[in-house]
Design a protein around this ligand. Structure first.
Ligand code: NAP
Length: 248
C-alpha cells in the first residue's frame, strides 16, 4: 500500500537552485510536492527523480508564473489530485541587472512580472483552497537587497521590496483564516543565479559577508522548512534574513 499523502507543497521555480533545495527539504513519503519551472526540462526531470528517490510524490510541471491561465490550471490539477494545499513557496525569480539609465523597459517588466506578479497570481489561487481548509502557509523568497537596496538592480530590488509588502499585507489579510505568510531574505547564495558573476564581483561580495562565505541553497531551505512547520505556527508577516550577517 502506498503511504498516505498528508501534506501538499507547491514550490515555484523548484527545478534548480534554492527552489530545488526547498523541494528536497520537504521530500518524504507523506508529502506531495508540486514544483514548476519555465524552460529547463532536464533540470526538472532530474529534480523529480531525486524527490521520488526520497519517497515523495513529485510533480514537476512547466508553468510560467506570469500566466494567470497556466497558474490556475496548475493549482486546479494539484488540488483535484490530493484535495488540499498546505504550503506555497513563491521562489521563482530572475535578475536582469543594469544601471537605471541603461535599463530597458522589457527588463523592468520581466523582473516585475516573474518575481512579484507571479507571487501575487500563485498566492491568489492558493489562498482560495487554504481559506476553505482554514489552514495554510505562504512563504515568499525575497532578498536582502529588497531591504537594503543595491546599485544596478533597481528592477530586482523594487520587485523584492514589493514582495515584502505583499507578504505583510497578506499576513494581515489571511491571519483570521489561520494562514501565515512570511518571507525569507537570502543574501549571497551559491546557485545558477549568482554563478554568472565574475571572480572580482564575487570576491567583492564575499568581503562584505561577516560569516566570510556564500550561503548554500540548503541553508535557505532549512529556514523555509521551519516556517512551514508547527514550530512557526505563531509567526506571520515576518522577514527572516539568511545572509551570513550581511544584514544585521
Ligand atoms: P535559479 O537557480 O536561477 O533558479 C530559478 C528558478 O526559477 C528555476 O527553477 C527557473 O526555472 C524558475 N523560473 C524562472 N522564471 C520562471 C517563470 N517565468 N515561471 C516559473 N519558473 C521560473 O535562482 P536561485 O538563485 O535559486 O533563486 C531562487 C529565488 O531566490 C529567486 O526568487 C531569487 O531572486 C532569490 N534569491 C536568490 C539569491 C541568491 O544569491 N541566489 C539571493 C537572494 C534571493 P527554469 O530554469 O526552467 O527557467
Amino acid at each position: 500500500m502506498p503511504d498516505q499523502v498528508e501534506r501538499t507543497v507547491v514550490v515555484t521555480g523548484g527545478s534548480r537552485g534554492i527552489g530545488k533545495a526547498v523541494c528536497l527539504a520537504f521530500a518524504d513519503p507523506h508529502t506531495s510536492i508540486w514544483f514548476n519551472y519555465s524552460s529547463d526540462v532536464s533540470a526538472a526531470v532530474e529534480t523529480e527523480k531525486i524527490l521520488r528517490e526520497k519517497g515523495a510524490r513529485a510533480h514537476g510541471v512547466k508553468v510560467d508564473v506570469r500566466s494567470e491561465d497556466q497558474v490556475k490550471a496548475f493549482f486546479k490539477t494539484l488540488v483535484a489530485e490530493y484535495g488540499r494545499l498546505d504550503v506555497l513557496v513563491n521562489n521563482a525569480g530572475i535578475t536582469r541587472d543594469n544601471l537605471l539609465v541603461r535599463m530597458k523597459e522589457a527588463d523592468w517588466d520581466g523582473v516585475m512580472d516573474i518575481n512579484l506578479k507571479g507571487a501575487f497570481l500563485c498566492s491568489k489561487v492558493a489562498a482560495r483552497t487554504m481559506i476553505q481548509q482554514h489552514s495554510g502557509r505562504i512563504i515568499n523568497i525575497t532578498s536582502l537587497v529588497g531591504v537594503t537596496g543595491n546599485a544596478g538592480q533597481s528592477n530586482y530590488v523594487a520587485a523584492k521590496a514589493g514582495l515584502i509588502g505583499l507578504t505583510k499585507a497578506l499576513a494581515r489579510e489571511l491571519a483570521q483564516r489561520n494562514i501565515t505568510v512570511n518571507a525569507v531574505a537570502p543574501g549571497f547564495i551559491d546557485t545558477g543565479m549568482t554563478g554568472i558573476l565574475d571572480e572580482t564581483a564575487r570576491e567583492h561580495i564575499l568581503s562584505q559577508i561577516p560569516l566570510g562565505r556564500a550561503g548554500s541553497a540548503a541553508e535557505v531551505a532549512g529556514v523555509v522548512e521551519f516556517l512551514a512547520s508547527d514550530k512557526a505556527a505563531y509567526m506571520t508577516g515576518q522577514v527572516i534574513h539568511v545572509s551570513g550577517g550581511m544584514y544585521i
